[in-house]
Design a protein around this ligand. Structure first.
Ligand code: PEP
Ligand code: MN
Length: 361
């Protein structure tokens, strides 16, 4: 994978982690609150309940990006004093989404501690640049959600824009990506590989997981949260509401504070990179498997090239859809009997086929 210009100075990136860790200590970072601030009562009731659980950063959307006009578009600046009250009464820090320079200005004036950039905004470099420009000279912490499409470069690009504007506490929030099939289990497909790639490039970047927007339904939020924490995410960015069923936005995916409390007891963060001898041995076996895998693929490609020569000599088209269909079906059957998913083997076989076609033309 080509290396593009990076988010430089690892120290800058690490600052967000240190900042959040200083609040949570050994406990997992849990940023929580309702999807939207709806009323002073709802905000305060939710905030007090979350504060009692040890949540240190309270999230609530004031300006809500909605797919269709006419939905609940947030209470706007009316909600700022409610969040200030949360801060005064509970000591929690307050976080909200900003999508325009005007939001930035109002949020700065309103004493918002942590800003986040939503998925729809991250997808638009012009909008991100305007926000970055508006934040210039105000070194507030900013969390950047992934863009709607699974494009790690766009995500990194947004963080670079913030960094170039002088923001030194930058974190990422993985909230899943627009699904490509109707029957997706999730509201937004996790594509964990994209978040893992971000972590591979920037091992010290603070990455939170937003299981609420991935799930879209509360039944899946717990499993996703446990998965994220065991994968090594720094924490969760998770929606909670005092009465989720009455929520004006994202009602299906919000947890009650007591559901969140139960979930928090099941999160066991894994710190450090200590590698014991046993893990080292297992990794050596994996490395050996990978060597065999690559050798095997190389042998397969050598046969593919011979086939390519035959096809050329006999004017047979390179792509034979029915042949690939048969190859794929057999691979799915074999993979299934070995406990692998159809989606996985399908993706692998498509990648192999694409390379095989490339080698024949
Ligand atoms: C939110 O956090 O409420 C939100 C609107 O998120 P996203 O930008 O991930 O859709
Ligand atoms: Mn939401």
């Amino acid at each position: 994978m080509p290396q593009r210009p990076s988010l430089n100075t690892p120290r800058t990136i690490e600052k967000m982690r240190d900042y959040l860790r200083s609040m949570y200590g050994a406990n997992p970072v849990v940023v929580s609150g309702p999807c939207s601030a709806e009323s002073e009562g709802q905000v305060l009731e939710t905030a007090h309940a979350l504060s009692a659980l040890g949540v240190k950063v309270f999230r609530a959307g004031l300006w809500k990006p909605r797919t269709h006009p006419g939905g609940f578009e947030g209470v706007g600046t009316v909600g700022l004093p409610w969040l200030q009250r949360v801060k005064r009464e509970t000591g929690m820090l307050i976080a909200t989404e900003v999508a325009t320079p005007q939001h930035v200005e109002l949020a700065l004036e309103g004493g918002i501690d942590i800003f986040w950039i939503g998925a729809r905004t991250t997808a638009n470099p012009f909008a991100v640049q305007q926000i970055a420009d508006a934040l210039h000279g105000h070194d507030v912490p900013v969390l950047i959600k992934n863009p709607m499409s699974p494009d790690v470069e766009l995500w990194i690009g947004a963080m670079q824009r913030l960094q170039e504007s002088g923001i030194t506490r930058i974190g990422a929030v993985h909230r899943g990506f627009t699904p490509t099939t109707e029957q997706d289990l999730y509201r937004n497909t996790p594509h964990w590989d994209i978040a893992i790639e971000l972590k591979r490039r920037y091992p010290t970047l603070c990455i939170l997981c937003d299981p609420s927007h991935i799930a879209g339904k509360r039944e899946l939020v717990g499993t996703l949260s446990r998965q994220a924490i065991s994968m090594g995410f720094d924490g969760l960015f998770i929606e909670a509401h005092c009465s989720p069923e009455k929520a004006l936005s994202d009602a299906r995916q919000q947890l009650t504070p007591s559901e969140l409390s139960c979930l928090m007891t099941q999160l066991h963060p894994r710190h450090g990179d200590a590698v014991g001898a046993e893990l080292e041995q297992l990794r050596q076996r994996i490395d050996e498997c990978d060597r065999e895998l690559v050798n095997l693929l190389a042998r397969r490609m050598a046969v593919v090239r011979e086939i390519g020569q035959y096809k050329q000599a006999h004017q047979v088209p390179v792509v034979q859809a029915s042949r690939f269909d048969a190859v794929l079906r057999r691979a799915i059957e074999l993979a299934r009997s070995e406990g692998m998913s159809e989606a996985f083997i399908t993706a692998v076989m498509h990648a192999i086929h694409e390379e095989a076609v490339r080698q024949q033309i």
